[in-house]
Write a protein that binds this ligand. Sequence first.
Ligand code: PNS
Length: 159
Amino acid sequence: MRRAVCPGSFDPITNGHLDIIARASKLYDVVHVAVMINQSKQGLFTIEERIGLIREITAEFGNVEVESFHGLLVDFCKERDIPAIVKGLRAVSDFDYELQMAQMNNGLSGVETLFVPTNPTYSFLSSSLVKEVAAWGGDVSHLVPPRVLGALTERLARK
Ligand code: PNS
C-alpha cells in the first residue's frame, strides 16, 4: 500500500487544500489528512468540526482517511508507516519555509516531502484570508466547498 499524508490546520478546508488532496488521492493508495491540534491557537472551528467537514467533502475519493495529530508530523508518519508528505506550493514565498520543514522532517526520520504546484486559481488562497473576507461579508463561495460555506456562514453569524 502506497501511503501519503497531507497535513495542515484546515481551519477550514479550502478549495486549494481540496485540490491537493484530490491530486494526491490519484497518486497514492491511501491519503491520510492530518489535522494539526494547536493548543496555543483558538480556531474558528474545533478539531472535530474540521475533521467532520473534511470527511464529508473527501468521502467521494474513497481512499482518504482523516485524523487529528499533535506533536511532530514525522511521529504521525512513523506510527502509520507513511513514507511521504504531500504539500501544495502556492508561490515562491511558500518555498523557503516549506524547504526548511521538508529538510528537517527528512533529517529526523527519512520521510520524503513531495511538492505539488497549486492550481493557479488558488495561488492566493488561504484559510485565514477566507475567514477574513467572509467575516466582512465578502463572497467566498468560489473558494470553499459548499458544505464549508454553509458552516462558515453559520459560525460567523453567531459571532
Ligand atoms: O495549514 P498549516 O497551519 O500551514 O500547516 C502547518 C503544518 C501542520 C503542516 C506544520 O506546522 C507541521 O507539520 N506541524 C507539525 C509539527 C512538526 O512536525 N513540526 C516540525 C516541522 S519541521
